[in-house]
Design a protein around this ligand. Structure first.
Ligand code: GAR
Length: 217
């Protein structure tokens, strides 16, 4: 059973999916601590409802990013976490933070990286006219949304989509792939080699594909 520290800033639907998967036994781990930089994040209520310890560490209370991050490290180490999962955590972590958890920090991003890193990415995908977008769980490195990719899921994008529509479509898949990525980590099946993540026991499926629009129209 691994101990997971989850960092959040907002609603916490991904946190909920991780908690629920762990309660169902689909993740060999438990959420040991939830830390929010935002005291009014609904994610905190979700954790408290399940009896999971929470802390608020506001970035506003620190003179620089490094000292904010060191406080996060202190709290996470106090709970002996094996894995740090960023779940809608809207702060960029410093290299000093990452040094404390090498290969042990994951993030979920609502686009198919390396396309559309950063913020406002669902609207950017619609505006660009792509036929697919999706979500990515990746290990965190020193860049923004640049780390080795663990798992991705695709959804179709339509030119007349509203951002909220695409957001809902993507979120449904986020809630499936984040617990899966964490379970692969908990099972010790992920090996990082440079930019690539090799998954122990993964078989190739040469026929898997999605075409949008479909060929039959
Ligand atoms: C999710 O869509 C997640 O992918 C995104 O924030 C949302 C958080 O939702 N993360 C980022 O954009 C990180 N750059 P949640 O609080 O309901 O899990």
């Amino acid at each position: 059973m691994i101990k997971i520290g989850v960092l959040v800033s907002g609603s916490g639907t991904n946190l909920q999916s991780i908690i629920d998967a762990s309660f169902r036994g689909e993740v060999d781990g438990e959420v040991a601590i939830v830390i929010s930089n935002n005291a009014s994040a609904f994610a905190l209520t979700r954790a408290e409802d399940k009896g999971i310890p929470t802390r608020v560490v506001s970035h506003k209370g620190f003179p620089d990013r490094r000292r904010f991050d060191m406080e996060l490290v202190k709290v996470l180490n106090g709970f002996n976490v094996d894995l740090v999962a960023l779940a809608g955590f809207m702060r960029v972590l410093t290299p000093e933070f990452l040094e404390h958890f090498p290969g042990r920090v994951m993030n979920i991003h609502p686009a198919l990286l390396p396309s559309f890193p950063g913020l406002g990415v669902r609207q950017k995908a619609i505006d660009h006219g792509v036929r697919f977008s999706g979500c990515t769980v990746h290990f965190v490195d020193q860049g923004v949304d640049t780390g080795p990719i663990i798992i991705q899921a695709t959804v179709p994008v339509y030119p007349d989509d509203r951002e909220e529509q695409l957001q809902e479509r993507i979120l449904r898949l986020e809630h499936k792939i984040y617990p899966k990525a964490i379970q692969l980590f908990a099972q010790g099946r992920l090996k990082i080699e440079g930019r690539k993540v090799f998954i122990d026991g993964l078989k190739k499926d040469e026929d898997q594909c999605m075409i949008n629009p479909p060929l039959h129209i």
